[in-house]
Design a protein around this ligand. Structure first.
Ligand code: MCN
Length: 799
């Protein structure tokens, strides 16, 4: 689309690839990142972290640290607990709960858990002071992996628990026993996944200032959800919520890491003690040690198929290693349930069961890394389809085609409760096959094989439930927006959504611009200030395109209706006889028009609204709307419940790789993503989301792994051995859009922010197995390091 054209009648900004509003700001060094806001009066926090995975704290001596010049405050967990409360649980899904403090009180339960904190006049003194703190630990036996956690004689993380299980959930529906008894083929597969984490460029950072004379806290925070963080902080710090202001401008990436408050509490505590502003900006080591971790599970999937390859039944068993705490700090365990709800994926599964166990262990807390269980479901079912096809002697995509939900079957309710709103899965698969020119690739593959080279292609369907919620929690299913017209005729959009780099500052302006028929530069999107915008829930679960956008659209429509009524009155005609066009209320007969500024001046300035605003209309130029999921329904289960997601975007990923069978190295040549997020607001932003997400998916499957030793020590604490993809590792990523609008949202939009990391891992594994099919290699463990690939080749050769 041509961005330079002015918006005139019929010209919509939705669908246009405009540049992101923040790009000029960020690329010219004018980003408003928290760590840059420290001034001369700011104290710097440093956190002493446990070197042990599991230990009792016998004694802490902070006297030498306190005596250091430049040290303003030293705080132990026991001291902090005297004037603050444990971190409140972020969700309640019927799990076992424990009490966790931001600084450990009497016991540490993971390597890297905070045991004390220092505030000093500069970060170096703060760091040096940590070395002077003496902690006397009684080291305890750690619980590192799932089997250890489940062993009868396992040490318990929480003494008052009967064992280390934190979550148990069973579901079964449909004639499962019959399905397996009558099946022509049954397939069992083990599909494990390793632990890795979100590594945004900007780590967690908080600048707290407690104004003791007023009992007021101003917190500048890098966060995905300022209001929810405020709610949690009010409980932890025992402060009235209205006296806490959380301000968040630019965020250097969140990916789920910045949805909770944990370490972020510490600078608040230090500021409450000193009355001075305190900055904590985590190091990369702290990010890897104690940021939320994700995945780390074992999945067994059993499928019953008829003679034609149709799925008759599916049984799933999921064991998740939730790390220390499980859910209080980071709502992590809920993702196991999301996985269990969605294992059927894009397919028709007439009988289904899920059996989920989550355990706590002495690893870092489990959290909501981009995907939140959709990754578990997708990786499980899409690996399973390939494994099953191989066993059935069928082409994997043919097996997919025979089982996909068909386009005329929407809305399609799966057995666990969710309702898929829209889509065309067979078309997505066809687009992905065409996108990589499958027939031509097979020829190229055969030629390469003849020359001793191993090329492969892998596919994975992708289902990305977007806009979910957890009942009894801060993670809910609504969003609120206020649209306000200024006297000059330009607009403010106040939203509880948060721009974290995903671009809502731009796209929200586009959708609101269309409602008033103005250019998006007349919409100033305001977010990230809990005292300035309506209570809202922020950016997670790819909820912006449903909740955030729809609330903005509804608020704009409300105000546009009022502006039409006022304009019609001023022009002495019926409301039906006017329309909004080119920044004016225009009579449709062309006789008169009123620029928005005239209405703005008339209502907001002297002589004020009286006489101008028709009776029954609010006498102001401001409208607020809350949009909630029209299909909201809590999926009940013994372990609590999750809401049905507002939309179900989908896709199909195709990946082409080349594997060096001598070194085990994998090169990813090409990625094609066929994708459906309904009405696309901004194609450049959506493509950027998919590009970034695909790269995260490649990181997950090829290199990123949090490695713990037997004592529960994290071994890789920097990017030298925590291997994120580098630019040369990233292939050409092409995207094809299929638009099946959602019937649930006013514009037909569906969320899409998590699709890349959800869809890529299975596609890459399937591609590597395809490449190595002449050697009959089976892959299981992730990530696919050269060593693992070589081991799989060796195992195949020795069969
Ligand atoms: N969009 C669009 N048309 C659609 C759907 C979406 O133009 N039909 C646009 C949206 O307006 C938004 C972006 O695409 O600018 C993603 O939208 P959506 O899927 O609604 O996701 P949210 O706005 O709710 O953002 C959260 C989502 C999640 S859950 C994670 S995690 C994530 C992500 O977005 N973290 C990110 N993308 C990220 N991108 C960056 N750069 N940094 C992160 O931390």
């Amino acid at each position: 689309a041509d961005e330079s054209r002015p918006a005139t009648d019929g010209d919509k900004w939705v669908g246009r690839s405009t540049e992101r509003v923040q790009d000029t700001r960020l690329l010219t060094g004018q980003g408003r990142y928290v760590a840059d806001l420290a001034d001369a009066d700011t104290l710097h926090a440093a956190i002493l972290r446990s070197p042990h995975a599991h230990a009792r704290i016998r004694r802490i001596d902070t006297s030498a640290a306190r005596a250091m010049p430049g040290v303003a405050q030293v705080l132990t967990g026991a001291e902090a607990a005297e004037f603050s409360h444990p971190l409140p649980p972020t969700i309640d899904i019927g799990m076992r709960m424990n009490k966790s403090h931001a600084i450990a009180v009497d016991k540490v339960r993971y390597h890297g858990e905070p045991v004390a904190a220092v505030a000093a006049i500069d970060p170096y003194i703060a760091e040096d002071a940590l070395a002077k703190i003496v902690v006397d630990y009684e080291v305890l036996e750690p619980v590192v992996d799932i089997d250890q956690a489940l062993a009868d004689d396992a040490p318990r993380l929480y003494e008052d628990w009967p064992d280390n299980r934190c979550l148990e959930y069973q579901f079964s529906d449909g004639p499962l026993d019959q399905a397996f008894a009558e099946a022509a083929h049954t397939v069992v597969a083990e599909i494990p996944h390793h632990r890795y984490t979100a590594v945004p460029m900007e780590g967690r950072v908080a600048l707290a200032h407690y104004w003791s004379s007023e009992g007021r806290l101003t917190l500048r925070l890098s966060t995905q959800n300022p209001h929810q963080c405020r709610t949690l902080l009010a409980q932890t710090l025992d402060l009235p919520e209205a006296r806490i202001e959380v301000i968040c401008k630019d965020v250097g990436g969140g990916f789920g890491l910045k949805l909770q408050v944990d370490g972020e509490v510490i600078p608040c505590l230090l500021s409450m003690r000193t009355g001075r502003p305190v900055l904590w900006a985590e190091t990369r080591e702290e990010n890897l040690l104690s940021g939320i971790h994700a995945r780390d599970y074992r999945l067994t999937m059993e499928g019953a198929f008829d003679n034609d390859g149709r799925i008759l039944g599916l049984r799933t068993h999921l064991l998740g290693n939730c790390g220390c705490d499980g859910t209080n700090r980071a709502a992590g365990a809920g993702q196991l349930l999301v996985g269990a709800f969605y294992f059927p994926g894009n397919y028709k599964v007439p009988a289904y069961s899920a059996d989920v166990v989550g355990v706590v262990s002495n690893k870092a807390p489990y959290g909501a890394y981009r995907g939140y269980g959709k990754d578990i479901a997708n990786h499980g079912i899409e690996r399973f389809m390939n494994i099953a096809a191989r066993q059935l002697g069928m082409d994997a995509n043919e097996l997919r085609r025979r089982n996909l939900v068909q386009p005329d079957e929407f809305p399609y309710e799966i057995l666990t409760g969710p309702i898929y709103d829209s889509g065309d899965y067979p078309e997505l698969l066809a687009m992905a096959e065409a996108g990589v020119d499958l027939a031509a690739f097979r020829k190229r593959q055969a030629e390469a094989r003849a020359a001793g080279r191993y090329l492969g292609v892998g596919f994975a369907m992708m289902l990305e439930p977007a806009g979910g919620a957890v009942p009894n929690s801060i993670f809910n299913a609504y969003e609120t927006a206020t649209v306000r017209m200024m006297p000059q005729g330009d607009f403010l959009l106040l939203t509880g959504m948060q721009d974290i780099g995903q671009g809502v500052e731009t796209t929200l302006a586009q959708v609101v611009a269309d409602e008033f028929s103005v250019t998006p530069d007349r919409i100033n999107v305001v977010f990230g200030d809990t005292h300035g915008v309506p209570y809202g829930l922020g950016a997670w679960s790819s909820r912006g395109a449903s909740f955030g956008v729809s609330a903005a659209v509804e608020a704009a429509r409300k105000l546009a209706r009022r502006m039409r009524a006022i304009g019609a009155r001023m022009m002495e005609c019926d409301t039906d006889a006017v329309t909004l066009r080119d920044g004016a209320v225009q009579r449709t007969d062309g006789v008169a028009s009123l620029a928005f500024q005239n209405i703005g001046n008339a209502v907001s300035l002297w002589p004020g609204p009286h006489g101008i605003v028709p009776e029954g209309e609010e006498p102001n130029l401001e409208a607020t709307a809350t949009w909630t999921n029209p299909v909201v329904r809590w999926v009940p289960n013994d372990a609590g419940s999750l809401s049905i997601y507002a939309t179900h975007p989908s896709g199909c990923f195709a990946v082409i790789v080349e594997v060096d069978a001598d070194t085990g190295a994998i090169r990813v040549d090409r990625v094609y993503a066929a994708h459906d997020c309904g009405t696309v607001i901004n194609p450049t932003i959506v493509n950027g989301q998919l590009h970034g997400g695909c790269v995260q998916g490649l990181g997950a499957v090829l290199g990123e792994e949090l490695c713990y030793d037997e004592q529960g020590h994290l071994l890789n604490k920097g990017f030298w051995d925590y291997l994120i993809p580098q630019a040369p590792d990233v292939p050409n990523i092409e995207i094809g859009h299929l638009v099946c609008p959602s019937p649930n949202t006013p514009l037909g939009t569906k969320g899409m922010g998590e699709g890349g990391p959800v869809g890529i891992p299975a596609a890459v594994m399937n591609a590597v197995e395809d490449a190595l099919s002449p050697l009959d290699v089976h892959l299981s463990e992730l990530p696919l390091s050269p060593e693992r690939v070589l081991a799989a080749i060796d195992a195949a050769r020795s069969q």
